[in-house]
Design a protein. Structure first.
Length: 323
């Protein structure tokens, strides 16, 4: 390249780009701001009452209506979860209603302990518990992930403690609370984290909660004990059409209407009433027979004894309905 050509090329400079047009996407902000509720309400109302004259007017109606639609759907979902929550401890525990009672319980029932001692942050209540009353057990932190009790859940509407172990969450609770508040054998489990459901659903929920180590609340009900005088002279058959025997009790599954037990329900039970509810103490499929003539024995031995005796006194456990 000659010197003259190089000099001419260096003399030319690139000129800057010139904008000759601008593309409009139609997203220019128009109409009232989101915070202007009355103006947006007017446009949202026009969506149902007025035919738009242009696309801009129709778009503004949709934008304004979207504000109220979002607020309505969100409010509806929140109220539905509050007043009709799913049967899960997660929803119950994190609902706004539960938050208020949880804070109240923590502030009023928390027990301060020595830092060196075992501290599961339990909150025992010191009132005296009567048969049929409900005991509330609350544990927010625990090391042992095992509950420490066996439950009988063969009846879908009745779940109770059938055996207890020396180690577990329940035994740790019993070591801390008053004698009246201790969980005992034959106490009925009525709620888990304020969820009252079928027996197997509550047992499943218990396993999931203890596995995760989440805060645990359980409500137990003391059984009512009464003695039924059975006379088989008029009705020779005991009347257990179906039953199940366990180590320490007998579970009636079906009663013969012409048996001695059914005769007690129609005549003898009327002599024994619960002082608080006024209900007669009857033997039902939700009852448990634990003694014969004041003697505790295995379920098979109790059944053999009841079938062999003409007159006897059997000790029966009942639990009031829980709502």
């Amino acid at each position: 390249m000659s010197l003259l050509a190089a000099a001419r090329q260096a003399s030319f400079r690139a000129s800057p780009a010139v904008r000759i047009a601008r593309r409009g996407l139609g997203d220019t902000v128009a109409g009232p701001p989101v915070t202007n509720i009355p103006a947006n309400l007017k446009h949202a109302t026009n969506f149902f009452t007025k035919t738009p004259m242009s696309y801009v007017e129709f778009k503004q109606q949709c934008v304004s209506l979207r504000i109220f639609a979002f607020a309505g759907v969100t409010t509806g979902c929140v109220l539905s979860l509050m007043f009709d929550p799913p049967k899960s401890s997660y929803w119950v525990r994190y609902s706004p209603i539960y938050a208020v009672s949880y804070i109240k319980n923590v502030m009023s029932l928390r027990v301060e302990e020595d830092e060196d001692a075992f501290n599961p942050e339990m909150s025992p209540r010191e009132n005296v518990v009567k048969p049929g009353s409900v005991i509330h057990m609350s544990v927010s932190r625990y090391e042992n992930r095992k509950l420490g009790v066996l439950v009988d859940s063969c009846n879908p509407d009745l779940c109770f403690v059938s055996a207890m172990n020396a180690k577990g969450i329940v035994s740790e609770w019993n070591a801390r609370c008053s004698k009246e508040q201790r969980i005992k054998k034959f106490d009925r489990l009525v709620a888990v984290n304020r969820m009252n459901a079928k027996s197997r659903e509550m047992v499943k929920e218990l396993k999931e909660i203890t596995k995760r180590g989440d805060p645990l609340e359980m409500a137990f009900m003391r059984p009512r004990k009464f003695v039924a005088s059975i006379d088989k002279t008029e009705y020779p058959e005991l009347g257990l059409a179906d039953y199940r025997t366990y180590e320490e009790y007998v579970t009636p599954l079906a009663l013969d209407p012409w048996g001695a037990l059914a005769n007690w329900n129609s005549d003898g039970a009327l002599c024994i009433y619960d002082a608080e509810t006024g209900d007669a103490e009857r033997i039902t499929t939700a009852s448990r027979i634990i003694e014969v003539n004041g003697v505790a024995m295995s379920g098979d031995d109790m059944l053999e004894c009841m079938n062999g005796l003409d007159t006897m006194e059997i000790t029966v456990l009942n639990w009031p309905d829980y709502t």
